[in-house]
Structures are given as C-alpha cells and as structure tokens.
Design a protein around this ligand. Structure first.
Ligand code: NIG
Ligand code: FE
Length: 406
C-alpha cells in the first residue's frame, strides 16, 4: 500500500508555473501524494524516487503537454431556460442592452430560474461542469444572480453548493443579487435596499457564498449603488468583485480598487489609468474574451495591463449570453483576439485566475505543494493549445491526484 496517488511521466513539456519565460520541464514528470504535488522534475529523477508500481495511477504522457488544471474565475453556470432566440436576434443587429431593456437577457433567465426547482438547477449545473472538466477546468467560480429575490438567490447558492459536493471540480460560490433590477422592483434604489437589507443577511446566514459581485453598468447599478452593495457584502464577510467597464466606462474599476476587491471583470472599456489603479490595489483584472467575441465587441486592451504590470486572468464568463464552457477557447481568444502570448494566456488561465478567486495556495501551478490538479493535453506544448483552437486538446484530467476525465 502506498499514498502515492499518481505519477505522470515522459511529458514532452510539463508546465510548472509562471515565469518569464514560462517555467517548463522537457521530458517532465510529476508525482502527486495525498492530493498535492510532491515533486516535479525530469522523468528519470521522478521515476527513480516515485516508481510507477507504487502509484495508484501512472500515466505515460509521451508526446503530450502537461499543464496545471485550468481555473475559470468567472461564470454564471447555474441557470435554466433557453436564450438561443436572442442569439439569432443579436446576429440580426439587436444589442445586448436593447434585449435587456425589452425584459429579455438576464431577466428572461430570471423567470426560468424562479420557476425551476433546485433539483433541476443542480442537474443543469452538473451537466455544464462536466463539459468544463472535459476541457480541463479543475476549479470554477459560479455566481448566483438569476433569482433577484431572497428565496431564489439562496436556492441558486444551494444548487452551487450541492454541485460542488458531488462534482470533481472545486466550485467557488459568489452571490450576485445585484446582477440586474427585477421587473417587479419599484426602483433600482428600492432593489438595492432589498439586496442590502434582506438578501445579504440571508446569504451570510446560509453561509455558502464567498464573494459578492455587482453589475456596475449604465442603466443597471451605478458606482454609488454598487458601492453600497459591496460594502454591505464585505461587512457580512463576502469579498467584493465587480463587473466593471463592460459596455461603458462608468468607474467600476476605480470602485474595485477602492474596496480592495478580489477582481474587476470584463474591462472592455478600462483605461491605462484603471489598469494602474487595479495593479496598485492588488485587484486581479479578469478578461472575458468570449463575451466580446460573442457580442462582436472590441477586446479588452491587454497592453494597458501589461504596462501596469497587472496579472491579467482569463475566464469563460460562461452564461446564456456567452455559451462556452471551455477555458481552452478563452485561452485561444486571449491569444488570437487580444494578442496575448501563449505563455501569458496560459498563466492568465491558471495561476492568475486562481488569484482572482483568492486561491493563493499554489492552485493553477504545479509547484511542489500545489493541489494535484492537472491536464494532459494531446499536443506537444502549451503553445499548441491556442494554436490548435476550437477542438478539445484535453485528453486526461487529474484532480487532487485522481483521474477524473479521459
Ligand atoms: O458577465 N454582464 C453581465 N452579466 C453577464 C451576462 C449574463 C446574462 O446575459 O445572462 C456577463 O456577461
Ligand atoms: Fe459575468
């Protein structure tokens, strides 16, 4: 008997973690003990110390790339209903905001989610988590925000918690009662009061959510309203996150910096100054190129973040308006759309993404001591993941040293 969970060896390239250049090992191997990385190194050294016959799982990764499991730090993966009709409308020229103003968009999903029982929400989420896992995601944040009333927001968080219990992906829960203003609210201020006075205390009492997020946007929540929500969330133990500068430059990035948020997300209209403020405040900028891609918007300006030395993260933003669960696709868009280098995009989708959800325990890297979460990709290097876009390059996925997909 042994406590050696897994040995993966012979990798053409093993990506250990960030660095300039990326820290990689040729003909690399990794040993996982008790769920965590015990050692990485050249195959000969690792196999001498950790013989495959002692391992519960041993995998020959010859010709393949081994990467840290992807971390997806921004999703709205729990929902119900079908908004494919909006997809066609958008292709005919309707804007996201027009659809929202007509009561579609987020509000249409809200109606479906309020009608769905919790069992159904869990089942839907599990299906999406399966797709994420198959594409190499081993940790994912999931937001509530399609309930917009206390009971349904709590049920969404319960669904996230139940899915986390049974699924190999580590699911990180975010409360987002301030995702939109429900159509039965008297005013935005009245709804903000409901979020602050009713929803946040109930969410804190339920004890599932870790973060509190707000859609800080023209015609949704102003900077002041967002601040009120995030400060109430923080007082209840929920770390702030902000949907910032997506369609307009309203000041959400500055708010995220002021509040020391974990992340500011979207940032399509963020300025160089915003990037510097985020970097100084230690707020992770999260770029969601899939959203820009699906809406036909310009991508976020990665040069601004580079100049500010801000550790950009990538996420899918998987939701009914951006229907892709694949971090490989986000990485490809990070490269092809935003002109990130494959090394930058790989770091953005792993260790920087982990920072955006406060997982600073080595998650997103394969250094000794990090969680034993990795992807064996059927390509020779990390460069080939975005280079060979729009297919699934993940062959085997390991979570905590256990083979969970192949
Ligand atoms: O991050 N921008 C706001 N929220 C989501 C979209 C949610 C939806 O359309 O259902 C986003 O893109
Ligand atoms: Fe979002």
């Amino acid at each position: 008997m042994t406590d050696l969970d897994a040995v993966v060896y012979g990798a053409n390239e093993l990506v250990v973690g960030p660095g300039d250049p990326l820290e990689t090992i040729e003909d690399g191997a990794i040993a996982v003990i008790d769920g965590n990385v015990a050692a990485v190194g050249p195959t000969m050294d690792i196999l001498r110390e950790y013989p495959t016959e002692n391992a519960a799982e041993s995998i020959d990764a010859t010709g393949r790339a081994v990467l840290p499991g992807f971390v997806d730090p921004h999703t709205h993966a729990v929902f119900a209903g079908d908004r494919s009709g909006e997809f066609a409308a958008k292709l005919r020229g309707k804007t996201y905001q027009e659809i929202m103003a007509e009561g579609g968009g987020i509000l249409s999903t809200v109606h479906s989610v309020r009608e769905a029982d919790t069992e159904h929400l869990v089942a839907n989420l599990l299906d999406h988590l399966d797709v994420m896992l198959a594409h190499g995601t081993t940790t994912a944040e999931v937001k509530s925000g399609y309930g917009l009333d206390t009971e349904t927001e709590l049920r969404m968080l319960e669904a996230i918690d139940r899915a986390n219990e049974v699924h190999p992906i580590d699911v990180v829960p975010t409360f987002m009662g301030a995702h939109a203003v429900p159509d039965n609210a008297e005013s935005t201020d009245e709804y903000v009061n409901c979020v602050v006075d009713e929803q946040i205390p109930a969410v804190a009492e339920q004890g599932i959510a870790e973060f509190c997020d707000v859609f800080c946007e023209e015609d949704v929540f102003s900077v002041d309203q967002s601040r009120v929500v995030l400060e109430a969330g923080a007082a209840a133990g929920l770390t702030p996150k902000v949907h910032a500068e997506e369609f307009t430059r309203l000041g959400g990035a500055q708010l995220a910096a002021d509040l020391g948020a974990a992340s500011a997300d979207h940032l399509l209209h963020a300025s160089g100054n915003d990037a510097e403020m985020l970097a100084e405040a230690g707020v992770t900028p999260v770029c969601l190129p899939g959203t820009a891609f699906s809406l036909g918007e310009d991508y976020a300006d990665v040069d601004a973040f580079r100049s500010a030395n801000a550790p950009v993260a990538l996420a899918t933003d998987f939701n009914p308006n951006c229907f892709s669960q694949s971090m490989q696709f986000a990485v490809a868009l990070g490269c092809i759309g935003m002109r990130m280098t494959p090394a930058e995009a790989t770091v953005a989708a792993t260790v920087n993404a982990a920072s955006a959800i406060d997982r600073n325990d080595g998650t997103g890297s394969l250094e000794a001591g990090a969680p034993g979460d990795l992807v064996i990709a059927d390509v020779p290097s990390h460069v080939h993941v975005p280079y060979n876009f729009a297919v699934n390059n993940a062959e085997t996925v390991i979570k905590g040293g256990r083979r969970v997909y192949d």
